[in-house]
Write a protein that binds this ligand. Sequence first.
Ligand SMILES: Nc1ncnc2c1ncn2[C@@H]1O[C@H](COP(=O)(O)OP(=O)(O)OP(=O)(O)O)[C@@H](O)[C@H]1O
Ligand SMILES: [Zn+2]
Length: 509
Amino acid sequence: MTERPLQLFNSLGRRLEIFQPIDPHNVRVYSCGPTVYHFAHIGNLRAYVFTDTLRRALTLKGWNVTHVINITDVGHLTSDADEGDDKMDLAARRENKTIWQVAAYYTEAFFRDLERLGILQPSVWPRATDHIQEMIDFALALEAGGYTYQLEDGLYFDTAKASDYGRLGLLDLEGQEAGKRVAGPGGKRNPSDFAIWRRSPSDQQRQMEWHSPWGVGAPGWHLECSVMSFKYLGEQFDIHTGGIDHRQVHHCNEIAQNQGYTRSERSGANLWMHNEFLIVRQAKMSKSSGDFLTLQSLVDQGLHPAAYRLFLLTASYRSELEFDWEAIVGARTHLRRLLRRVGELRAEVPEAAAIVHLAGEHRASRGGALTGLIAALAEGLSEAERSWVDRLDEALSNDLATPVALTLLGELLFDRKLRPEAALRLAAVYELALGLGLLTYAPEDLAIKPAGRTVTEAEIEARLAERQEARKAKDFARADAIRDALLAEGVALRDEPGGTAWEWLPLPA
Ligand SMILES: Nc1ncnc2c1ncn2[C@@H]1O[C@H](COP(=O)(O)OP(=O)(O)OP(=O)(O)O)[C@@H](O)[C@H]1O
Ligand SMILES: [Zn+2]
């Protein structure tokens, strides 16, 4: 959009840095993907709204982006630190299916969630199980470099061999740092050592296992991300993303492997970026705990995915965000207001159809720079009108400040001094950054009837008419009683100038 530098927060060093891609024309981004043993919860989805925002910002700033999100269908144990069972194995037992069926089912469900959230397709979706041979080759290279040792149950990475192990996580590796070796569980040389290959127990056959120089077994989880990121993006790429939990273990381990493989100090990615957690009642939302909300459970409560996306964008990706039904209903009201205004503009502006059509072209760009599209959308805007594009750029360039971008969008849409055509063109540019569906949805699309409600719309309308009668007759007690009864059934009334509007409210158990 402009020459303004893009500042991003690098977890490696914990500071804002001016982003400069290795290849000036193409930014390479790897995002740790979902472990497909269950539906993604809305906390997991925060991680992908964040990577989508990053990718949109990069393309708006004029770069092409190659974005890789992997699918973890093997190797992720119930504890990130290599203990417990494979999450996929457990799920197959829970659901009485094969691991392959579980993986296929939840991968599809994940794709559907991303689509509903307006998250753009990455360039590649590699699956861990399609890269077993490459993982074995990578592990052989680590072994040849002297970074590994074998135990009864598999091949381990010796973290004492990586010169700065744990720097990303600011880990305090007492004992190891002092040069003393502290044995880890199961005979590990150091507590932070991790499995590269887990040998199957001799008396068990696993559903997913492969032959390797270290016996029949399965790769460790950390190995897959090193292998797939290098394969698709090269041995030094630009940005690696994941949730904040990955900063302590998974990404430290990836870095150690990358350094071992390349026999260098390079971590593999120039920037390591992490989104903070979505929390519920002060705890991280967690799939493993079994008690979590999915995108579908929000829809079942009548909340549109775009309202959830807007809720996420009201916070910086680096702030912890507390899930709250009221806040999401608030986000829906916010989005409805924006959609109404965009609807008015579309009705007013003769060129609206052409502008909307043009804005839709970004979908075909597959990660290509959006410079040309922004120029086309901003065609005919005065300098003052264009300044709104510059303000968006300023917000995004400041470590993806989506809350600021949202505020600006609200201001410009309701700025009565702006020509309607200019406002619509600018809304289309903001949509490229925010992905809220501003030009796709109508306000009515946000009115989703929650699952399991028996009251019909006709009944609600009848009760509204009754309430209207009561008010005319100055029977306010009766009018209030009707309103309260509706509220108890999850129907909220809003008295507006043209009459009374109503909306579904969530009624979570
Ligand atoms: N509560 C959360 N808020 C934001 N991001 C999260 C949250 N929980 C997990 N993530 C991120 O979601 C992404 C996908 O994670 P993954 O599918 O591996 O989940 P998981 O670790 O198996 O699930 P969980 O930790 O919930 O049991 C990762 O980048 C992870 O860091
Ligand atoms: Zn990963």
